[in-house]
Ligand binder design. Structure first.
Ligand code: PEP
Ligand code: MN
Length: 352
């Protein structure tokens, strides 16, 4: 149920409405806009049957939310959510007019390769750095990531470049150490329905990048976001990264329609991972352009200084020149979608 308040509702009226709703055992969530406020009710809606909500001072309308996701639903928020990542020195935002491009290696392999990649992607216009420390590999014999050592490198490179960093957390036991080093925590496709992990991330004061599961429906993705939000963390960015279909020509099938559907269903920002969707460096640029044209708020792209020697996902990683070219061509698609790419400050170029 959502309660939309009248214009010029007072704080006392809002407090009174919330108190009455909470007195019957439901939770409330407030979304304030410039002209109106939405009070969302979470819990067993039958508990509200006895409350004369419509007649309470300040109430304009009362509408049921039939979707199983509440906090994530478009109806629960007055405005689209803008998720801010990072602190004073390194910042990025998702969901505003400016697109955010995250770029970096699939896995952190050494300090030297991370330094080289970070400088290259920053100079090309990326505003966040990615890099896997704990890697979810299909084979237990494949490179599993450098773990905490990689987290330390990511934090050091953030300090040097001003790029906030995102890295994957695979297990509840890793949450504290990843949150200590990273600005944003990634939930990988294979963990989208790891409910204890999602609940734990609800308690973290860091934004979450939630990737769609390999075979997850849009509704399941939104329910996974709901888990994080219901546990207290409302800073969630959704990521379409391709889904499993019968098609074998590409690693996954990019579900372009998921972008406008997610934006219709939810107020959360939506980004796209064209690297894991296509699984092929040649497909990254066209899929990135399609994603931005369809309304995505940003991209996450794998870039490696020497893709041929990458320890994971080399086939789909762009070498820096190809990433520069992609970013150059992306501007026209951003403009066509009514968005823009961040300015590349001349001062950061000089530091490289
Ligand atoms: C990754 O980002 O490197 C990754 C493993 O992605 P996904 O979870 O989408 O497969
Ligand atoms: Mn990868």
């Amino acid at each position: 149920m959502i309660i939309i308040t009248r214009p010029f509702v007072t704080d006392a009226e809002i407090d009174h409405i919330r108190e009455r709703i909470e007195s019957v055992g439901m939770r409330t969530h407030l979304s304030r806009g410039e002209h109106r406020t939405i009070i969302g009710c979470i819990g067993d809606e039958s508990l509200l049957d006895e409350l004369p909500l419509r007649s309470m001072p300040g109430v304009e309308s009362v509408t049921p939310v039939l979707k199983p996701y509440k906090l994530a639903s478009r109806e629960f928020a007055v405005d689209r959510t803008v998720v801010r990542v990072g602190g004073r020195t390194a910042q990025a935002t998702f969901g505003g007019e400016t697109l955010t491009v995250i770029a970096g290696p699939c896995s952190v392999e050494s300090r030297a390769m991370l330094d080289a990649t970070a400088a290259a992607v920053r100079d090309a216009g990326a505003t966040m750095l990615r890099g896997g420390a704990f890697k979810p590999r299909t084979s237990p014999y494949a490179f599993q990531g450098m773990g905490v050592e990689a987290l330390k490198m990511l934090a050091a490179v953030r300090a040097e470049t001003g790029l906030p960093v995102v890295t994957e957390v695979m297990d509840t036991r890793q949450v504290d150490v990843v949150a200590e080093h990273a600005d944003m925590l990634q939930v990988g496709a294979r963990n989208m329905q790891n409910f204890p992990l999602l609940a734990e991330l609800g308690r973290v004061r860091r934004p979450i990048l939630l990737k769609r599961g390999l075979s997850a429906t849009i509704k399941e993705l939104l329910m996974a976001a709901e888990y994080i939000m219901a546990n207290g963390n409302h800073d969630v960015v959704l990521c379409e990264r391709g889904i499993r279909t019968f098609e074998t020509a590409t690693r996954n099938t990019l579900d372009v329609a998921a972008i406008p559907v997610l934006k219709r269903e939810s107020h959360l920002p939506v980004i796209v991972d064209p690297s894991h969707a296509g699984g092929d460096a040649d497909l990254v640029a066209p899929l990135a352009f399609a994603a931005i044209a369809a309304g995505a708020d940003g991209l996450i792209i794998e870039v490696h200084p020497d893709p041929e020697r990458a320890l994971s996902d080399g086939d789909q990683s762009l070498a820096p020149p190809a990433f520069v070219q992609l970013m150059t061509q992306l501007g026209a698609f951003a403009a066509a979608a009514g968005r823009r790419l961040p300015e590349v400050p001349a001062t950061t170029r000089a530091v490289a």
